[in-house]
Design a protein around this ligand. Structure first.
Ligand code: GDP
Length: 445
């Protein structure tokens, strides 16, 4: 199941291979791919343009160090720039105010405001040891008030009653007064949802902001919201002095490009990410992980770095040259490949870094088994004489029995290894070098 992105990534690397630095001409092709990846992730077009221009400026003329090929280096630059853009100024909820610290929740209907209000209440109670009161200013949907009551209870916070016949401003003032008199540390104010930007509701939330003077005004936005996130964010930014963003539904299958759009348009940090419908599904926003997700490649950059750090480049080139010259791929080379796989930090840690869809195919147990398997194979090859390793065709029954005994395995296992070796040999002949990346691709495919 080679995803479009792994393919894209491999193509990217291939385009750049053999080149020593990122230049004006080679960067264009790669930036086109990056642009596509961002658009596919639903980052808004103007934001994509801006971002690509920044990356171009940063990457031009960069020396590509050591074993890192320009393709990989560029992906590294893109990933870091994405993470830096989204991660700048990340901080926990600001409570530096005369208690009660008021937190105003804003966003479209269905974005997850009510759910997130309760999640945040739980976070502030458990992690910051605060006494938290919630209140709903949504007088348009009686069900919204009830919903907040219910989730507030789950969060272990207190809920301040409100009814649909009240004015939101009166509710807010009464809740603030109650919070002061009962020594609450924090008052979380959930507000009326709007399906789209609506002048009346916008002016209402502006009024609420004026009356409450919140220390945090959080814009709650659905990570699944596509291109339109930028317009919503812009409207809220114009109406309110936002202080942070909470990105909800990051457990959905969208690539979450809204994060970049919204971050760029509002200029405020993404503080938390919603990770499930449940009350504890809230995490501090992890910009790096999210950057990988937008690019659609998990921790692929870290993976590339790990692979290139672990692999003996000189040895790989020697092997490539040998295969190319037709000198053949022998069991010593096979052993070398096995050892390189081990050096890459262990297969399980490598798997952790693959995109989720890929890694899902390999369970922990699979990996442990694979690692043990590698050690057994090493043992078998190490029981062979140097001549046998160079000329595997010598391996007939007697020799195989001796080797099996030496390695403490059955003869069948020796046969299996030899079969595998022959397959690899065939593959090597076809590939003529550059084998490792292809092998990696195969592992994911
Ligand atoms: P509001 O209209 O903005 O108050 O939105 P709600 O809090 O009522 O949430 C709308 C829907 O999104 C509900 O079904 C929530 O359970 C769901 N939801 C909110 N946050 C998340 C999240 O992080 N992950 C998932 N999977 N669902 C969420």
């Amino acid at each position: 199941m080679a995803t479009a992105l792994t393919e894209k990534f491999s193509r990217l690397v291939k385009t750049m291979s053999g080149q020593a630095r990122i230049t004006e001409s080679n960067v264009q092709d790669m930036l086109r791919e990056v642009r596509m990846a961002l658009l596919e992730a639903d980052v808004a077009l103007p934001v994509v343009r801006d971002f690509v221009a920044r990356v171009k400026e940063k990457s031009l003329g960069q020396e590509v160090l050591g074993s890192l090929k320009p393709g990989q280096a560029l992906v590294g630059i893109v990933n870091r720039e994405l993470a830096a853009t989204m991660g700048e100024g990340v901080s926990d909820i600001n409570l530096a105010a005369q208690p009660p610290a008021v937190i105003l929740m804003a966003g479209l209907q269905g974005a997850g405001k009510t759910t997130t209000t309760a999640k945040l209440a739980k976070h502030l109670i458990e992690k910051r040891k605060k006494k938290v009161l919630t209140v709903s200013g949504d007088v348009y949907r009686p069900a919204a008030i009830e919903q907040l009551k219910m989730v507030t209870k789950q969060a272990g916070a207190e809920w301040f009653p409100s009814t649909p016949d009240q004015k939101p401003l009166d509710i807010a003032r009464a809740a603030l007064d109650h919070a002061k008199r009962h020594f609450f540390d924090v008052l979380l104010v959930d507000t009326a949802g709007r399906l789209a930007i609506d002048e009346v509701l916008m002016s209402e939330i502006k009024q609420l902001h004026g009356a409450l003077d919140p220390v945090e005004t959080l814009f709650v936005v659905d990570a699944m919201q596509g291109q339109d996130a930028i317009n919503t964010a812009r409207a809220f930014k114009e109406a309110l002095p936002l202080t942070g963003i909470i990105l909800t539904k990051t457990d959905g299958d969208s690539r979450g490009g809204a994060a970049l759009s919204v971050r760029q348009v509002t200029g405020v940090p993404i503080k938390f990410a919603g990770t499930s419908e449940k009350i504890d599904g809230l995490e501090v926003f992890d910009a790096e992980r999210h950057a990988g997700r937008i690019l659609g490649m998990g921790d692929i950059v870290a993976l590339v770095e790990q692979v290139t750090a672990g692999v003996d480049v000189a040895a790989a080139q020697k092997l490539a040259a040998k295969v190319k010259s037709g000198a053949g791929f022998d069991l010593n080379d096979f052993l070398g490949q096995l050892q390189q796989m081990k050096q890459m930090g262990g297969l399980s840690s490598l798997m952790d870094k693959l995109p989720q869809q890929m890694a899902a195919k390999a369970t922990e147990a699979d990996m442990t088994r694979a690692e043990r398997d590698i050690r057994r194979k090493e043992g078998i090859i190490q029981s062979m004489t140097p001549l046998e390793r160079r000329k595997p065709e010598l391996l007939k029954a007697t020799r195989k029995r001796r080797i099996a005994a030496g390695a403490g395995v059955q003869v069948q296992e020796v046969n299996r290894l030899l079969n595998e070796f022959e397959q690899m040999q065939g593959m090597m002949k076809k590939m003529k070098g550059g084998g490792l990346m292809k092998m990696m691709k195969k592992m994911g495919g």
